[in-house]
Design a protein around this ligand. Structure first.
Ligand code: 6R9
Length: 659
């Protein structure tokens, strides 16, 4: 058994339950006075002008919130603005044209830097090209692209001419592309010939073409970025398919006036998965969304124009929309984009980039942090990470051990960490500490942000006491919220509002479908999606809570817990566990895990089975596919595995469970 030193955080850190930002951080923070919570509460909803004031409006709004048709709220409704103007032009006009807007790094180490002036030129030229192709205001343009600079350029070009974009994650299948284009009635596609993954070129256009074949209506034009050059797959562009460079060359020097959009006009659609198979088209608007992404980038990510900021998400997800593109660019910050994976060519790639670009603020996901832990602290130790000022996480609960590893090995115990809870639907961060204000508690995201009225309630909607598990709800609207599900107001109400609202009493409560608990200080710990709650002998257990306990056991890298059917208890806990390098799935290890769970939660949560596996079945976005693990636990026939990143692992795990 080896111990490379990262498994055993010093006793001091293991025991420490709260952390404070340093004086040095607080002094420079954008928000450092806790009175902001009260100010927002007392002045609600007018407090949200603070967010709107971070933007340049073409014509001012007269009313902050129109709630006359709940839950179809409108924000800043009679104001007009353009998102591309706010993310590009205004920085050029204010004298920052030579500041880097985007620093892009390809997997092979190629680099491209776009100043705000460069971005202005590219966005204008591509906007002119889109117009020539026939794209009109309010036409939905689908972008099916990997992490290349043309993706944010295309998004901003769409925004410039008032055409909502619908970005489909490049790792999604052809079917997924077709479903989304059909659902949005989208007649334009921007895509790419291919991209690199772990050194090899991938044929993306073949997948895009297959998707196009599944589109029911006519497609008017496709634009293809030539990413692979000589490594390309030799596709001929046919008929209405255009090469990006040729198109742009035809529009050199073109200027397109940013279209004045109503605040409530759609900025983009983002499809996300729901409980049913049909993806939900989440609609975000120009004024409220942009104000909210900008405000949270300012207040939570603490971004300043001088910063170099890196969010390692993919722009194909909401995190990339809000916190690679719209928030940071609206603030005039330098945003880093990386094409590849964290372990190519070596496991120190991300830290190499942090050093190379002297990144000030870094935002990533707990799943990545757990992988870093598994690989060991020697990789970050190879690099000078002292430029970092603030760290963030998003996407799933982070267990205290991973939090502390991140704090020590990446932040050198000097950077605050913001654990930000939010969703595709919320547009931006909702529950997190403000890094210059709040005490941090590893494992707990923090209090709701100022102006956000989040609560933890029981099935009746009554607030539960401190420490008790309940459901997260949001009682007041906020500017970044989704406005509806595209072309489906009914499903919008059914999915998010029906559970806790009382329309007769005019009470509308948003239900994000997450379980949570709250402590005496009002800090919210997210327990995971409520569809992931296990009911063992009438006791509700958060799978995330059990996982956190398991991951707290020395030698465990990652765990996924699901409920399997049980004759007596109703459900029993099945724990799928990945061990760190150097540990094996011995009987002792199994016992240590069971003990860890019993110690952290109680014997009720004791795993029925502990299944050791080298990998967990994950979706392309890195989320563990629990449904599949439940089916395996129950010995059921497996549903769809086509959206998995690693379908080959499924049989392997099945064999172990039926053993
Ligand atoms: C931004 C994003 C949303 C779901 C959400 C919740 C989980 C996100 C979290 C978190 C615990 C956090 N989630 N952030 N859980 N702590 N800091 O991830 O959007 O892909 O729509 O996922 O992710 O369960 O409901 P999305």
């Amino acid at each position: 058994m080896t111990d490379d030193g990262d498994g055993d955080l010093e006793a001091r850190l293991v025991e420490q339950e709260t952390f404070e930002p340093s004086d040095e951080f607080v002094e420079q923070a954008n928000v450092s006075d806790e009175s902001i919570y009260e100010e927002f509460e007392e002045d609600w909803p007018r407090c949200w002008t603070r967010a709107a004031d971070l933007l340049d409006w073409d014509s001012p709004y007269s009313e902050v919130l129109d709630d006359s048709e709940e839950p179809f709220y409108e924000w800043f409704a009679d104001g007009t603005l353009n998102a591309s103007y706010n993310c590009v032009d205004r920085h050029v006009e204010s004298g920052d044209k030579n500041r880097a807007a985007i620093k892009w790094e390809g997997e092979h180490g190629e680099t491209r830097t776009y100043t705000y002036q460069d971005l202005y030129r590219e966005v204008n030229e591509f906007a002119a090209a889109l117009r020539e192709l026939g794209v009109e205001e309010d036409d939905v343009v689908t972008l099916y692209m990997p992490m290349v600079p043309e993706l944010p350029i295309a998004m901003l070009a769409c925004a410039r001419i008032g055409a909502p974009h619908s970005v489909v994650f490049a790792g999604f299948s052809a079917d997924a592309l077709a479903t989304r284009m059909n659902s949005a009635d989208s007649r334009y596609l921007i895509t790419c010939d291919g991209y690199y993954r772990r050194g090899d070129p991938l044929d993306h256009l073949a997948k895009a073409n297959e998707g196009l074949a599944g589109v029911d209506h006519g497609v008017d034009a496709t634009v293809v970025v030539d990413r692979l050059g000589e490594d390309g797959f030799g596709h001929d562009l046919s008929g209405n398919q255009h090469d990006w460079d040729d198109l742009v060359a035809d529009h050199q020097g073109a200027r397109v006036d940013p279209v004045e959009r109503d605040a409530e006009d759609m900025l983009f659609l983002m499809y996300t998965s729901g409980t049913t198979g049909e993806p939900k088209g989440v609609k975000h608007t120009t004024g409220g969304y942009l104000a909210y992404a900008t405000w949270t980038s300012h207040a939570v990510l603490d971004l300043e124009p001088e910063d170099t900021y890196w969010c390692s998400a993919d722009i194909g997800w909401i995190t990339g929309h809000s916190y690679i593109v719209y928030g940071p660019l609206s603030l005039g910050t330098t945003t880093v984009m990386y094409e590849g994976t964290p372990d190519y060519p070596e496991r120190d790639r991300l830290w190499e980039l942090v050093e190379k670009y002297a990144v000030d603020v870094f935002y990533t996901a707990p799943t990545a942090i757990r992988a870093f832990m598994k690989w060991g602290s020697e990789f970050p130790e190879r690099h000078d990470l002292s430029s970092l000022r603030l760290l963030g996480t998003v996407g799933e609960p982070i267990n205290p051990r991973a939090w502390k590893w991140y704090y020590k090995h990446i932040g050198n115990e000097e950077c605050p960490i913001v654990d930000t809870w939010w969703q595709t639907e919320t547009g931006g961060m909702m529950v997190t500490t403000l890094p210059g204000v709040g005490t941090m508690k590893p494992g707990s995201a923090g209090p709701p942000l100022p102006g956000i009225d989040a609560r933890v309630v029981d099935t009746e909607g009554e607030e539960v006491g401190a420490g008790r598990a309940g459901y997260l709800t949001v009682d007041k609207p906020w500017p970044g919220m989704l406005r509806t599900l595209y072309n489906n107001d009914e499903r919008f109400i059914g999915e998010y509002w029906e559970e806790y609202s009382d329309p007769d009493a005019d009470e509308w409560v948003y239900f994000p479908e997450d379980g949570a608990k709250i402590d005496d200080d009002g800090y919210i710990t997210i327990l995971g999606r409520v569809d992931d709650v296990i009911n063992v002998s009438g006791h509700r257990l958060g799978t995330m809570e059990i996982e956190s306990a398991i991951v707290g056991v020395e030698g465990v890298a990652e765990a996924a817990v699901v409920g399997g059917d049980h004759e007596v208890k109703g459900e029993a806990v099945y724990a799928y566990v990945i061990l760190e390098d150097g540990y094996d799935g011995s009987e002792e290890m199994r016992e240590a895990i069971i003990e860890g769970v019993e110690d952290a939660i109680g014997p009720i949560a004791r795993p029925e089975q502990v299944i050791f596996t080298p990998e967990l079945p994950k979706t392309r976005s890195g989320k563990i596919m629990r449904r599949l693990l439940e089916e395996i636990a129950n010995g059921e026939e497996l549903g769809d595995t086509t959206t998995l990143r690693n379908p080959e692992i499924v049989e392997d795990i099945q064999a172990k469970v039926s053993d």
